[in-house]
Design a protein around this ligand. Structure first.
Ligand code: ATP
Ligand code: MG
Length: 393
């Protein structure tokens, strides 16, 4: 059987949007006609319901729409609008579907990262800023400009991939969906494709949106074993959603930003869906200096000597590791500058409240001490692997 509910749902939604707009403009007779049409569509929509319960609800909604149309026709606009004005196809979802929408909503995060919080990575920052600015700026009459490209960020752990996705979102004032693909697969098993669908729908409604797919390589099947049906379904659904959005001539903006540490696991067919593949490597000296600055001096801590020495000694460490190093440096400094702190703590809360913490400059020797205990997670061989992959493409 052909599933008409999607097509009908779209028509219903469009008709309702038109009706609401007319009502908002005070064009009551025209709005009444549109609401009556929507009621008719809602009745057809009820016929395509998959359960008696949903059908009943849709029929009731059709009645309410019709009643509302009649009120509008008579020039009576209910004070504060009417419930009927908020009816829509997405209210008619089965409880099962609506829980996916709720879960999709639960993935929305407030993106707080701004471009200045990200050290280095100048090329990719510029590319992203320009191409995404392009999608929001006013276009010259008659000029067709390309849409902003979906982006795949790859590189070693802790280098700023998540930061970039968040900064894009903040820059666009977009709704930010933070999806960890591995979690989605493990929590929803065979049902993750429904979640994907719900995320894209919601993202379109709440446009502009950024859908961030972290751990992206988990979406492809394990090379050794059989790909599980669940993964394949999710992948198919994701590609369908991405392609579907691409082909719509909608003025809405939904960007997919994916991130992975293992790009070589991803098939060519999937890679081709991304307009831009961006390598996010380990921070260079200047970027490391900036990360130390962000986590130490900008937070009010003094550094003995200068940050240059700190940056020079930490080649090979990722941004995340440098952040950890900074925390450790601060802890060491506090404990050194306040040798009596543990004793004061024993005396109780009041004694602590009366105690003023002392700080001192963070010494380079402390850094050396920490570095001797903490090796970078990403080694030369790992970096080579990214290079080889890039060269082969
Ligand atoms: N370029 C950078 N500038 C400033 N801080 C950074 C940078 N890279 C990493 N950091 C620090 O490390 C933390 C982790 O970075 P982020 O989450 O972006 O890494 P990631 O590349 O997404 O890692 P993973 O691949 O493990 O998900 C950040 O919260 C930040 O404190
Ligand atoms: Mg990340």
């Amino acid at each position: 059987m052909v599933d008409l509910s999607g097509v009908l749902g779209d028509r219903l939604e469009n008709t309702l949007a038109k009706a609401r707009k007319l009502a908002a403009q005070g064009e009551l007779p025209a709005a009444a006609v549109a609401y009556a049409q929507a009621a008719k569509l809602m009745r057809q929509y009820a016929e395509s319901a998959t359960s008696a319960e949903v059908k009943k609800k849709r029929l009731a909604d059709a009645e309410r729409l019709l009643a509302y149309a009649e009120q509008l026709r008579q020039g009576k606009v209910p004070a504060g609008g009417s419930d009927a004005a908020r009816i829509g196809p997405d209210n008619e979802m089965t409880p099962d579907e609506s829980s996916y929408v709720e879960n999709a909503r639960g993935l929305i995060r407030q993106a707080k990262v701004s471009w200045d919080d990200i050290a280095g990575l100048e090329d990719i920052k510029r590319f992203v800023k320009e191409s995404y600015a392009l999608s929001l700026a006013k276009r010259p009459e008659g000029v067709g400009l390309p849409r902003a490209a979906n982006l795949l960020l790859y590189g070693p752990p802790g280098t700023g991939k998540t930061l970039i996705a968040a900064a894009i979102s903040k820059g666009l004032e977009a709704t930010f969906f933070a999806c960890k693909v591995s979690d989605m697969l493990s929590k929803y098993f065979g049902e993750s494709s429904k979640l994907i669908d719900a995320i894209f729908d919601l993202a379109e409604q709440m446009s502009p949106s950024v859908i961030f797919l972290d751990d992206f390589e988990s979406i492809v099947a394990d090379r050794d074993g059989d790909s599980s049906g669940a993964e394949r379904r999710v992948l198919t659904e994701l590609l369908t959603c991405m392609d579907g959005f691409e082909s719509k001539s909608s003025d809405k903006l939904v960007l997919v930003v994916a991130a992975t540490n293992k790009p070589w696991l991803i098939d060519e067919a999937i890679l081709s869906r991304f307009g831009k593949l961006g390598y996010i490597g380990l921070p260079e000296t200047q970027a490391r200096r900036r990360i130390f600055e962000l986590h130490l001096t900008k937070k009010g801590y003094q550094v003995a000597g200068g940050l240059e020495d700190f940056a020079a000694r930490t080649e090979g460490y990722s941004g995340r590791e440098i952040e950890q190093i900074c925390k450790e440096l601060v802890r060491t400094m506090i404990s050194r500058a306040n040798p009596d702190l543990a004793d004061v703590a024993e005396k109780g809360k009041q004694a602590l409240k009366d105690y003023t913490l002392r700080t001192e400059a963070i010494a380079l020797e402390s850094l050396d001490d920490i570095l001797s205990r903490m090796r970078p997670v990403t080694g030369k061989d790992d970096l080579r692997r990214y290079e080889i992959w890039m060269e082969r493409r």
